[in-house]
Ligand binder design. Structure first.
Ligand SMILES: *Cc1c(COP(=O)(O)O)cnc(C)c1O
Length: 386
């Protein structure tokens, strides 16, 4: 059937009726708990800026100084002449922080995932993924042309069964470190064991763990004690806890060298602006030198979880800054989200296809910049609106 104007209109109408229609709200403030969104002042629990660095004066200064020094645009891809001293130093500092030999920067996490998976996997190969993996990981394996095999969330027995059936092929285990919509974590050591037993690549996307978990904020992989041999491909983003934009892949010097020759989303795309690299470097310093940011965040998480369980909210087993409250269906999730907004509290309703049908939820994210009283306000408002 031709996807003509009438069909598109019908599709949009249906989407609206099913409470699945989406639209971007417009903010006129930086990322911080108190924001102005669509002209209204709100207390926000939606940002992935977990450590409050997106609007930090030192990060802004680094960005400003570097933009005066290097200008705004990077002008070309990394391989042509877009790779500056700032990119080079950021790669070295990320390698040091993650305990890996080498690092490659990408402009976004989505591009990093597509670039790496397509470089290593292709037709005839098999990629195994957790049911709850991020969309960019699913798309990465689809685009690579490899067969996609999904297993139930965190079910290592089922994964092993599926691995046995493909033991002879070129295989990869691809997983979120911290699951982006659930907040729970992957079992990195079990995955590392399976990947070694079945000689499969293991790639961990630590978008929500990097900066927040592990010693000095090096992430879930570091916290779980996994070495470079255990997790040969470690990916994380610079747009969440780091508070900037971009992403990186860390691994052995050889694998990173291979990616420089083969990862098309790196080769054929303009390098991120140097000022973003400089801002990321300033942010990494704060992440490592100010552990109080993580300590305070985890105090707020504990406060929220305790208050939520006292009130009988339907939480998922998450110990991270991502705290979903399950709603069951999209209409209910939207209704609660709208009621909260009327009280000046912003929490996004997350609906299919981002999460499986019937697991619609309010996705609450906490930040170091929230105060204890903000959590009380959130808990009391949820109680009134659920
Ligand atoms: C946000 C996210 C990405 C995408 O990163 P961007 O830099 O925003 O493109 C990839 N993986 C996971 C798990 C994420 O949460």
């Amino acid at each position: 059937m031709k996807r003509d104007k009438a069909l598109i209109k019908r599709w949009l109408d249906k989407r609206k009726q099913a409470s699945l229609y989406r639209r971007a709200k417009v903010s006129s403030t930086p990322q911080q708990p108190k924001m102005v969104i669509d002209g209204t002042e709100v207390l926000s629990f939606c940002s992935n800026d977990y450590l409050g660095l997106a609007n930090h004066p030192k990060v802004i200064d680094a960005f400003t100084e570097a933009s005066h020094r290097y200008g705004v645009g990077s002008g070309a891809s990394h391989l042509v002449n877009g790779h500056s001293v700032e990119h080079e130093l950021l790669e070295q500092e990320l390698a040091e922080m993650t305990g890996r030999e080498s690092v490659l920067l990408f402009s976004t996490g989505y591009m990093a995932n597509i670039g790496v998976v397509s470089a290593l996997m292709g037709r005839g190969d098999v990629v195994f993924q957790d049911r709850l993996n991020h969309a960019s990981l699913i798309d990465a394996s689809l685009l690579s042309g490899a067969k996609l095999v999904r297993y139930p969330h965190n079910d290592m027995m089922s994964l092993e069964d599926k691995l046995t059936a493909h033991a002879k092929e070129n295989t990869m285990l691809l997983v979120d470190g911290v699951f982006s919509m659930d907040g729970d974590v992957a079992d990195i050591s079990a995955l590392a064991k399976l990947s070694q037993k079945y000689q499969a690549w293991l790639m961990v996307d630590d978008a929500h763990g990097f900066g927040v978990l592990g010693k000095h904020g090096a992430g879930l992989v570091q916290a779980s004690g996994a070495s470079e041999a255990d997790v040969p491909l470690l990916m994380a983003t610079l747009g969440k806890a780091v508070g900037v934009s971009g992403a990186f892949v860390a691994g052995s010097a050889e694998i990173i060298d291979y990616l420089k020759q083969t990862a098309r989303t790196w080769i054929y795309s303009t390098a991120m602006p140097s000022a973003l690299a400089a801002a990321s470097r300033a942010s990494l310093k704060l992440i490592q030198q100010e552990p109080w940011r993580r300590d305070k965040l985890f105090e707020l998480i504990a406060q929220f979880k305790e208050g939520a369980s006292q009130r009988g909210f339907n939480l998922l087993p998450s110990d991270t800054a991502i705290q979903p409250v399950l709603q069951g269906d999209s209409k209910q999730a939207i209704k609660v989200s709208e009621r909260l907004l009327q009280r000046g509290i912003m929490v996004t309703a997350i609906r299919p296809p981002t999460v499986p049908k019937g697991t619609d939820r309010l996705r609450i994210t906490l930040s170091t910049l929230h105060e204890k009283k903000d959590i009380d306000i959130l808990l009391n408002s949820l109680e009134a609106c659920l």
